[in-house]
Design a protein around this ligand. Structure first.
Ligand code: NAI
Length: 281
């Protein structure tokens, strides 16, 4: 397992490509959008430069890492890969279309992994002829910093595939956690209802944005308040995950807060759009 491809060069995909390249893997970073691909490659270079400036990496290590990264706009390069990690937008139709193509292009031994935050791995696997080799590999944002990888077993994922991904996760110096395929897995099943409840607390006028975040930071020792965290994740992504939980469990406790819907409809998507619960430059 030496050569991998990451599909989608956005905030997650570029981070995933970076940590694999830093750990000695040969990496193709793929995006169908050339501008997005360039932005992803530039972000990696910026982060590595900062690491060199801070003395966490040498110039040679940076050059070696960049040498292991190959930008790509066509999926054909996946035919050389042992593992492919998909990190495109959180949309089932887009993901299944990518997995169908990968199933045709890649050799039989290739493991196909998804970085989805909430979509069922079993359903993604069902469009391929190798469901035993399809698995969830859910990294946390920002990928170079966060230690956890949630590994999600689809209904038909084999033990061999699970073990291979577990070994790879350790080789990235990250900690794997084994999770079965249920809506929101573990991370978002617990995190998103907390964020949604914080939004309800604001919606019902219990306290201000800043005070809600202060309660959770100083009172519960969270490094970041839930409303700021929602802005960083993206309010559209938060709404999408709440909808997956609501539909998947059929339980009203997961209903998305109307204020979250309103902000998303207004285009207030958090940090990436300049406005969410807070204002950003
Ligand atoms: P993003 O919007 O920053 O990046 C997605 C990229 O995929 C874009 O550059 C887009 O051009 C590209 N893309 C779309 N369709 C494609 C295709 N068919 N082929 C190749 N490239 C394609 O999104 P982000 O935030 O990086 O999320 C990606 C995935 O990671 C989603 O499934 C998301 O749920 C998941 N995720 C996101 C986290 C977050 O905090 N944002 C955390 C953990 C997982």
């Amino acid at each position: 397992m030496k050569t991998i491809m990451v599909i989608g060069a956005g905030q997650m995909g570029s981070g995933i490509a970076q940590v694999f390249a830093q750990s000695g893997f040969d990496v193709y970073l793929n995006d169908m959008n050339e501008a997005a691909l360039n932005k992803g490659m530039n972000n990696i270079e910026k982060l590595l430069t900062r690491a060199v400036e801070k003395g966490r990496m040498t110039d040679d290590q940076m050059a070696e890492t960049l040498n292991r990264l190959t930008p790509s706009t066509g999926l054909e390069d996946a035919s050389n890969c042992d593992v492919v990690i998909e990190a495109v937008v959180e949309n089932m139709d887009v993901k299944t279309s990518v997995f169908k193509q990968l199933d045709e292009i890649t050799p039989a031994h290739t493991i196909l992994a998804s970085n989805t935050s909430s979509l069922p791995i079993t359903e993604i696997a069902s469009v391929t002829n190798r469901p035993e080799k399809v698995i969830g590999m859910h990294f946390m944002n920002p990928v170079p910093v966060m230690k956890l990888v949630e590994i999600i077993r689809g209904l038909q994922t084999s033990n061999e595939t699970y073990q291979a991904i577990e070994i790879i996760t350790h080789s990235l110096n990250k900690t794997p956690v084994e999770v079965n395929d249920f809506p929101g897995f573990v991370s978002n099943r617990i995190l998103m209802p907390m964020i949604n409840e914080a939004i309800y607390t604001l919606y019902e006028g219990v306290a201000s944005v800043e005070d809600i975040d202060t309660v959770m930071k100083l009172g519960m020792n969270h490094p970041m308040g839930p409303l700021q965290l929602a802005d960083f994740i993206g309010l559209d992504t938060c709404l999408y995950i709440m909808e997956v939980l609501h539909e998947g469990f059929g339980d009203s406790k997961y209903r998305p807060c109307p204020l979250l819907r309103k902000y998303v409809k207004a285009g207030w998507l958090g940090k990436k759009s300049g406005r969410g619960f807070y204002h950003y430059e």
